[in-house]
Design a protein around this ligand. Sequence first.
Ligand code: HEM
Length: 128
Amino acid sequence: SEHQTPYDAIGGAELLSKLVDTFYDKVSRHPELAPIFPDDLTETARKQKQFLTQFLGGPTLYSDEHGHPMLRARHMPFKITPTGASAWLACMKEAMDEVGLDGPVREQIFSRLTFTAHHMVNHPHDTE
Ligand code: HEM
């Protein structure tokens, strides 16, 4: 219905979990991204599942455990360039394709993630 959250529209925890696992599998093999992420992405994926659950209108799993997301501040220790943001989004797009997330809800989610990914950029130049 029109009152459904994006979280409900994609089928909740099950699809979200598949999406995040597929996404980090790509991140771990991406030449731009792999070097800035930890080798073991288990905890990263767990937190991302919690975050995206609440970002998409589901239960507030991330804030319940970690407090306010303050996403931009939490990303400051990492050098995030425009190229990195594009790479992150490319991995997410491929993951969405692979898990069969499509239709208007996919476009809605992807456009919010595009905005957020660019907001994480904290290092404007790719060559410094
Ligand atoms: C960590 C979300 C974009 C690199 C995280 C965490 C979340 C998150 C929830 C875990 C924070 C915590 O420790 O509690 C997002 C979202 C993004 C985004 C929603 C965009 C829509 C990016 C981009 C990059 C990036 C563009 C780099 C190109 C990282 C790294 C970590 C991290 C390196 C730390 C991983 C770890 O130590 O476990 N992100 N992020 N993120 N993110 Fe992002």
